[in-house]
Design a protein around this ligand. Structure first.
Ligand code: HEC
Length: 508
């Protein structure tokens, strides 16, 4: 990976500012034009920082520096331009790596910057970091729970006990005492988010996220116990916590049950030293659906990956790994979550159904930042039974990948950080045939689709518009209501169709 000299870049920012202040840099024509169109900190840069950066880059935030006031930001102008322009590659800020030129583009909580925003950052950083008029700035953010928790303030926060890791301690892997949630009634969970709170000096701490956190992963479940301490009912697994992971937002119709009197249990916590003695704990924030909510869908577990015979050659870039899984029922893909280790640089998810072969998402990967990508309500892939999911992992085991400690080594499969995993940990929900048809009918309506549109990840969404079928009363007797709705072309849809097609679609 290209490495920017971190110390010199802020200095560069200052130098640009000083030179610009002295009036040496800008050619006359540019300054004349800038009187009307100048990109300024308060008007143009602050809105970007508020939306995409300040949740972490604020006083007491998890990032090494605050990016709130003009004086905070100016020394980093050059470095901000560099890191934001990495876009979807390791090292990019904000840490979000979905590629913008392939696949589905609508995700929940997408903090990524548009081309226009990136251009503004460059113009601002290179034109002498003009401050502009404070009156143009949006109101400053309140750093309350809505900014600290990126999925919104939780309804219930469960806190682990304090854990201390000595500065030079070796890695530790084991269990923690179970923690009562204190929940008094069964509730369905909308999203869960875990954050580490520790006493590390974030400004002085090491550069990577791994250097700022002691809990590198926690595989956890919830369990209800009888009075005598024996387990009652099944243990419910929740998405694994990993360092720098963003929240898990469940499908809106696939809320997960957290039972009354549940305890959080874990027999797999991985602790890693930060270099100085550090004490911290995890906070697990649950957001609930309203009382009375009932989920329509249940999560389906699909093994999509290879944990057995990964083989990554030393000193070679662009090595591909492949894995496949067949969907056994109609399925909605709720999230895509590449899980790789150090050599991992990118992963793509593809859906193969009959003659349709489509890339759903390609995302960069930085082993310092584990990110999940939640599809928006109207972009989550709706795939028929029999679809083949295919993931491709791109491995860079060379010196250009700064996450690899020694690129001369061959690397195989295993649990440790120096061995490899290749999995899509994404969440999916299974649907009945009728639910699948309903989802597709709604998708057509919500997106106002016509026969010439295309929906990535929904090979059958438009079938009734492209090849309309005339339904007789007799046909309908054999069909479920969901099937009739799916096959019936509405008046709005007919308006988008050529006349010849409409006559074919006319229901007798
Ligand atoms: C989810 C939290 C988070 C968000 C959002 C985020 N950052 Fe960061 N940022 C960090 C952390 C943690 C580091 C240090 C570790 C690293 O470099 O990965 C960092 C490092 C940086 C650095 C390098 C600092 C140095 O001294 O090397 C820059 C520059 C930066 N961020 C700018 C931004 C900008 C600009 C945005 C928004 C467009 C942003 N970040 C969004 C957490 C975040």
């Amino acid at each position: 990976m290209l490495k920017l000299p971190h110390r010199s870049a802020p200095a560069l920012g200052w130098a640009i500012k000083l030179v610009a202040a002295a009036g040496f840099v800008l050619p006359l024509s540019v300054s004349a034009q800038s009187a009307t169109e100048e990109v300024t900190f308060h008007k143009d840069i602050t809105p970007i920082l508020q939306r995409s950066c300040q949740s972490c880059h604020r006083p007491e935030g998890v990032a090494p520096m605050s990016l709130v006031s003009y004086d905070d930001v100016v020394p980093y102008a050059g470095l901000i331009e560099y890191r934001t322009h990495l876009r979807d590659r390791a090292g990019a800020m904000p840490p979000w790596y979905a590629e913008k030129d392939v696949g589905i583009q609508e995700y929940k909580q997408d903090p990524s910057l548009s081309d226009e925003e990136l251009a503004k950052i460059s113009t601002w950083a290179r034109n002498g970091v003009p401050e502009g008029d404070m009156a143009d700035a949006p109101a400053p953010l309140d750093f309350d729970d809505t900014t600290r928790w990126s999925a919104g303030a939780p309804d219930l926060i469960v806190r682990t006990q304090d854990i201390t890791v000595e500065g030079q301690a070796p890695d530790w892997w084991g269990d923690i005492p179970s923690i009562p949630t204190g929940l008094k009634e069964d509730r369905y969970v909308k999203s869960v988010e875990i954050r580490e709170v520790n006493d590390l000096d974030m400004v002085a701490a090491g550069g990577t996220v791994g250097g700022r956190n002691i809990v590198h992963h926690m595989i956890w479940s919830t369990q209800v116990f009888n009075d005598d301490g024996t387990a009652e009912g099944i243990q419910v697994p929740w998405p694994v916590h990993e360092i720098a992971r963003n929240p898990d937002i469940f499908d809106q119709d696939g809320g997960r049950l957290l039972r009354a009197n549940s305890h959080v249990v874990s027999n797999s916590v991985h602790l890693h030293a930060t270099g100085v003695d550090t004490t911290g704990h995890l906070e697990i924030g649950f957001r609930f659906h309203p009382v009375g909510y009932e989920p329509k869908y249940r999560p389906v577990s699909i093994g999509l990956g290879n944990g057995v015979d990964i083989s990554i050659t030393g000193n070679e870039d662009n090595q591909q790994l492949h894995a496949y899984a067949v969907l056994e029922q109609p399925t909605k893909i709720v999230t895509f979550e590449p899980h790789l280790h150090a050599p991992g640089e990118r992963m793509c998810l593809e859906a193969i159904w009959g003659y349709t072969v489509e890339t759903l998402s390609c995302v960069g990967y930085d082993h310092n930042w584990v990110r999940g990508y939640t599809y928006d309500e109207n972009s989550a892939p709706l795939l028929p039974e029999g679809t083949v999911l295919h993931i491709t992992g791109y491995m860079n085991n060379t010196e250009t990948n700064s996450n690899v400690p020694d690129s001369r080594n061959w690397q195989g499969s295993g649990n440790r950080s120096v061995t490899n995993m290749f999995i899509d940990l994404g969440m999916r929900v299974a649907m009945t045939e009728d639910q699948f048809l309903e989802e597709m009918t709604n998708r057509r309506k919500n997106l106002d689709l016509g026969p010439n549109d295309h929906v990535i990840g929904c090979p059958l969404c438009l079938a009734p518009l492209v090849a309309p079928i005339e339904l007789t009363e007799e046909d309908k007797e054999e069909m479920s209501e969901a099937m009739i709705n799916y096959l019936t072309v509405t008046d709005d849809e007919k308006e988008k169709m050529p006349a010849a097609m409409v006559s074919r679609a006319e229901v007798q």
